[in-house]
Write a protein that binds this ligand. Structure first.
Ligand code: MG
Length: 203
């Protein structure tokens, strides 16, 4: 399986990192080794002193597709969750400044923990989902999918032009504002429409 991620999909987050608003989705990939087995902690890698959390709605693809029309995109997934797109921000800034790819800063082992999945039919409209991240019990990110620049259906259509979507692939759909550095011994807790789907220790 593969993990496809969208960057800069919320205007307030693009601004907080001083990036221009994208005119088409910003896409990058993570390998399956970016996942974290359930109940395992996230280990801050030794090549970074500034790993940020980015809480994101995650779509699980359950049907093979290529060149998917946005109006049929909803037929390609039935479950959603939240994930953390961990980012070594210091390394990413260095790579960006040199015009190099972001992979080392974004796709390292453990950089994509994903929570328990919820049937999308059990949730309100995907265009109006509220989600949040608490760090040590304090809310640090609060997002709503209505603020996405590119909707879930537009993202699925767009990425399927480049990559065949396969069963089990995951799509991270971008983070709202509020990203910040994690510290050792932090506890992260992400909730989607009030359902706590992800809890993670930082080591
Ligand atoms: Mg992200």
């Amino acid at each position: 399986m593969k993990i496809i991620c969208i960057g800069r999909n919320y205007a307030e987050h693009a601004k907080e990192l001083k990036n221009d608003l994208p005119t088409e989705p910003v896409v990058f990939l993570k390998p399956d080794t970016a996942l974290i087995p359930k109940k395992q902690p996230f280990f801050i890698p030794d090549f970074s002193t500034e790993v940020h959390f980015e809480t994101e709605l995650v779509i699980k693809i359950d049907r093979v597709g290529k060149h998917i029309d946005p109006k049929f995109a909803h037929k390609y997934f039935s479950e959603v969750s939240l994930g953390i797109d961990f980012t070594a921000r210091d390394l990413q800034q260095e790579l960006k400044s040199k015009g190099l790819p972001w992979e080392k800063a974004k796709a390292f082992d453990g950089s994509a923990p994903v929570g328990s999945f919820i049937q999308k039919d059990a949730l309100p409209s995907l265009d109006q989902l509220t989600f949040d991240l608490k760090v040590n019990g304090v809310q640090r990110q609060l997002g709503n999918t209505k603020d996405m620049i590119f909707s879930v259906n537009e993202i699925i259509a767009y990425v399927s032009k480049f990559f065949t979507l396969k069963i089990g692939d995951l799509i991270f759909t971008g983070t709202p504002a509020g990203v910040a550095k994690v510290e050792k011994n932090d506890t992260l807790e992400a909730s989607l429409e009030g359902h706590k789907v992800l809890q993670l220790q930082v080591k």
